[in-house]
Design a protein around this ligand. Sequence first.
Ligand code: ADP
Ligand code: ADP
Length: 239
Amino acid sequence: EPVLQAINLHRTYGNTEVLKGVDLTVGKGEVKALLGPSGSGKSTILRLLALLEPADDGEILLNGKQLGVSVMSDGTTRPLRESHLARQRRDIGMVFQRFNLFAHLDVAHNVTLALTEVAGMSKADARQQAEAMLERVGMAHRLKHYPSELSGGQQQRVAIARALVMNPSVMLFDEPTSALDPELVGEVLDVMEQLADEGMTMVVVTHETRFARRVANEVSLFDSGRIVESGPPETFFDD
Ligand code: ADP
Ligand code: ADP
């Protein structure tokens, strides 16, 4: 059974159909890379998969369970209440292009916040888990620093730790290195490759073809709101 499955996702903004029926399947421990031109719908599908906005049509299943809706006894579905949505979102880690750390919180608090406020964990336990996760991304030496005191690569590694600490079933990355100075890209890709090696299930929107070739199990190419080609990375890139 796949960890994450999207079936026939549609999304329209105004008169523009941005996703025209997208199917996606990601197995446990698999890394899926999404490529394609700007404006082809890659960010949109990640926002739908992260339950940040609803699809107009189609289904998203995580570990076999349909997300974003409650299924009635007669098989019809209703949109899920916000409190239930929040619960489902916890199982999906999202990393954005622009880090999106809380500027007024230090590194440790950025990572503990969801554990204490959303998951209801004690401060001491949250602290311990946050430090362990920051250790994993090489940021345990910067617990008291604020985001503005960190490089972009460091901020992105903290953002990865913040998502990971919720122990999600899948991690979604939306062009995680596009906002970084070139010399900082490698440290973030290294952390992502390490996660993949540890068996994390991942969907990655990226222009880093070397990363996609080395780490992805499958590449899907978007164009104008559809996946127009999918296959192993070798079929997309030749060395
Ligand atoms: P990509 O990530 O492949 O660059 P996006 O998913 O960001 O593509 O965007 C797909 C299309 O949807 C673009 O034409 C973009 O302008 C449009 N779009 C994205 N978000 C919105 C929105 N909130 N409102 C209106 N149009 C949007
Ligand atoms: P509050 O979180 O309400 O400010 P605390 O004084 O317990 O209250 O902690 C301040 C923050 O500092 C904590 O939320 C925690 O993430 C962080 N913190 C807690 N213990 C330590 C520690 N031993 N070293 C560094 N930072 C810590």
